[in-house]
Design a protein around this ligand. Structure first.
Ligand code: PAF
Length: 290
């Protein structure tokens, strides 16, 4: 496992590799947890994989009032954690900001997330998905991976990445999704969980429990609108919780499902729990009522 912090060194480490190995990319912002480690395992399991894991807290995907400054940066601990795993990346690429943005932070971020980037997470985090796509696009063009792996927990991000790969890279990069890893009580793993107070941590697993209850109701043919209303009420009634959104979208286009929809849908939630924003989602199979 080699740690690299410049583009030049990375390019020379990757030169000529594509002919013999499959470059598999795992992008992260560090503060690694079991969720990230499971993505590394998935990457290492790809046949003939040469795994590059990036650690970069990307300034352009944080809004002015967001937690960029206090986002956990624990590079030494991340390196040590990875060094003690059976599945390790071949390269940890942890560039400084001036490697990614040598001319300063750009005014125009490309590609744009468009309308899908302005809903759900995009409402409270305007510009977030433009910054995220910009930096992932940059990593893709430097690393030139054959495969890249993203967590399913960030459903909107995963949708936009797949769309970007289709539009900008002619589907030349295979995108794999890593399933959401959870604490034993159901809370989805997130680098932000460290910010939860003891009281908020005790409430947090209820978010996933409510998603499961909503899934059970919808999949047993309870009317969708009623199930979503009940779910919103249950989430809003949690102690310390402010519900941001709960939505059911068509997985194929990320649009809220309309009447008569059948197929694969995603139930998305964002809750601010004692000041900490938590997101989660679950996949539902919606059949025609019996
Ligand atoms: O999901 C993340 O950690 C980030 O959005 C990503 C994909 C590493 C881009 O900065």
């Amino acid at each position: 496992m080699r740690v690299i912090d410049t583009v030049e060194e990375l390019k020379s480490a990757l030169a000529n590799l594509a002919a013999t190995r499959k470059v598999v990319f795992v992008p992260t912002m560090g503060a690694l947890h079991q969720g990230h480690l499971s993505l590394v395992e998935k990457a290492v399991a790809v046949e003939n994989a040469f795994v590059v894991l990036s650690i970069f807290v990307n300034p352009t995907q944080f809004g002015k009032n967001e937690d960029f400054a206090k986002y956990p940066r624990v590079l030494e601990a991340d390196i040590e954690l990875l060094a003690n795993q059976p599945a390790q990346p071949d390269i940890i690429f942890a560039p400084r900001v001036d490697q990614v943005y040598p001319d300063g932070l750009p005014e125009q971020l490309v590609p744009r997330a468009g309308a899908v980037g302005s809903v759900f997470e995009g409402v409270t985090r305007p510009g977030h998905f433009d910054g995220m796509l910009h930096v992932v696009n940059w990593f893709f063009s430097v690393i030139k991976p054959a495969v890249a792996i993203f967590g399913e927990k960030d459903a909107q991000q995963l949708y936009l990445i797949r769309r970007m790969v289709k539009r900008e890279f002619a589907d030349a990069i295979e995108i794999l999704a890593g399933s959401t890893k959870r604490e034993a009580d159901g809370l989805a793993l997130s680098s932000r969980n460290v910010f939860l107070s003891e009281e908020a941590r005790a409430v947090a697993p209820s978010i996933y429990r409510i998603l499961l209850e909503t899934q059970a109701a919808i999949e047993s043919d309870q009317p969708i609108a009623q199930s979503l209303d009940e779910s919103r009420l249950a989430l809003s009634s949690l102690a310390l919780a402010k519900l941001d959104y709960l939505a059911l979208v068509d997985k194929s286009n990320f649009q809220p499902i309309s009447a008569g929809f059948t197929g694969s849908a995603q139930l998305l939630v964002a809750v601010i729990l004692d000041g900490v924003r938590l997101i989660d989602n679950i996949t539902l199979s919606i059949q025609e009522p019996a």
